[in-house]
Design a protein around this ligand. Structure first.
Ligand SMILES: *Cc1c(COP(=O)(O)O)cnc(C)c1O
Length: 409
């Protein structure tokens, strides 16, 4: 066989305008290009190591190039990449069984992303009501400052006006009420309401766990009125909160739950988990995806589950989360003019800033520590679930010197 010509050059010089052929919808720092990662570190093209406290937004939850995940992907890549769901996919049947065995759910639909998982959940809510003959019940209530992804129904469910503007007609079948306000929620329910959707721990809108009182009241309301309760655990699920699923902190279960991000450890995957009563309404032909549940994604998903279900993993996430949160709290006491409070559960942490969060983020990056931003002027920390104590301490040290520098400015 003759060699196939490869075109893999990448010119990152400022003159090259390397992003010219892409939509301007993202705005990454121009001169910084990463070439590889190992564990909690990523390396730029000059070989500088950066400490990764973002994990690609809660995705690479076991760090970069984890040998168990690399092996799973490599082994599967040599066997079968794709068949479509017109045939059985054993790896997907196994992953679904493991998710069911470890959650409230009875069945699973696999998608390729969080927003697709949310779309499946939204359809399942309406599908359930339709199957019961409640044809008027199509409206879904969400909470303010939510995020469910960027496809149209997911945008409408979150109701973020800035993200909806120009893309969503005024009424797309969703209502929003103030986050955590049960009376407002109860008053918003009509005979057209089909279900209620929210993140168990808000991620994009500011790191904010739902309150116990609210979630218990909502569960009861849904039971009384036969409404479908859907939790979006795309960011807070899969061990991030210190439990396998964040709802386990509340002693309340949903009827529908969306997962994605951490479930693939970096390989695109989404999932919608349902109780039998909701899942059974999604009959043959009601929904589908060409790529959803493909063998590569399912093989990696199973490998992620292997790591998640290791004894002690979750207790270690809680312990590390408490350690990091207490260290950050100490920094808020030392630098109250720069950072004011610490929020979150497990290793899903928000550090609320006094100065603009972008200033802190950029300075941290200059010191080779990667973090994210979130609403309410927060710095968002989502380190790998298996980050070592040494690397956590290293991050805290970088953070401390950056806060010192910002104060001196
Ligand atoms: C990231 C995220 C989504 C969307 O996931 P995509 O894979 O980007 O579509 C949905 N819900 C929550 C809570 C998220 O954090």
């Amino acid at each position: 066989m003759t060699a196939i010509a490869e075109k893999t050059e990448f010119d990152a010089t400022p003159e090259s305008n390397p992003r010219d052929a892409l939509w301007p919808n993202y705005n990454p720092p121009k001169e910084l290009v990463f070439s590889h990662g190992i564990g909690s570190e990523v390396f730029d093209e000059q070989g500088n190591a950066y400490l990764d406290f973002l994990s690609g937004i809660a995705v690479t939850s076991f760090g970069h190039a984890h040998p168990h995940l690399v092996k799973a992907l490599r082994d599967q890549s040599e066997k079968l990449w794709h068949l479509s769901n017109v045939f059985r996919i054993p790896e997907g049947e196994l992953l679904a069984k493991r998710l069911v065995e470890n959650s409230f759910a009875d069945s699973v639909f696999f998608a390729n992303s969080g927003t697709e998982g949310a779309e499946a959940g939204i359809k399942a809510i309406r599908g359930y009501q339709a199957a019961k003959g409640n044809t008027r019940r199509t409206r879904i209530i969400g909470l303010t400052e939510s995020f469910h992804g960027r496809t149209l129904a997911a945008l409408a469910a979150a109701g973020n006006q800035a993200q909806m503007k120009g893309f969503i007609p005024t009424d797309y079948g969703f209502d929003q009420v103030q986050w955590g306000d049960f009376d407002a929620l109860k008053n918003a329910v009509t005979d057209e309401t089909a279900g209620i959707v929210f993140e168990t721990v808000q991620g994009e809108g500011g790191i904010r766990p739902i309150t116990q009182e609210f979630v218990s009241q909502v569960r009861k309301l849904c039971d009384d009125l036969d409404l479908v309760l859907m939790f979006d655990e795309v960011q807070c699920g899969i061990g991030r909160s210190g439990k396998l699923f964040a709802y386990e902190h509340y002693n309340v279960t949903p009827d529908v739950m969306v997962l994605a991000k951490g479930l693939g450890g970096g390989f695109p995957i989404g999932a919608c988990l349902t109780t039998a009563k909701v899942g059974n309404s999604m009959v043959f032909g009601s929904h589908g995806s060409t790529f959803g549940g493909n063998p590569l994604a399912m093989a990696v998903g199973n490998a992620v589950m292997d790591l998640l279900l290791e004894p002690n993993l979750l207790t270690e996430v809680s312990r590390k989360g408490e350690f990091l949160q207490s260290e950050l709290k100490r920094l808020t006491e030392e630098f109250p003019d720069i950072v004011e409070s610490v929020h979150g559960l497990g290793l899903m942490i928000g550090l609320k800033c006094v100065v603009p969060n972008t200033d802190v983020l950029v300075k941290l990056r200059e010191h080779h520590m990667i973090v994210g931003k979130s609403g309410s002027n927060m710095i968002r920390l989502l380190p790998p679930l298996n980050m070592s104590d040494e690397d956590i301490a290293k991050g805290v040290k970088i953070m401390s010197s950056v806060l010192q520098e910002l104060r001196a400015k």
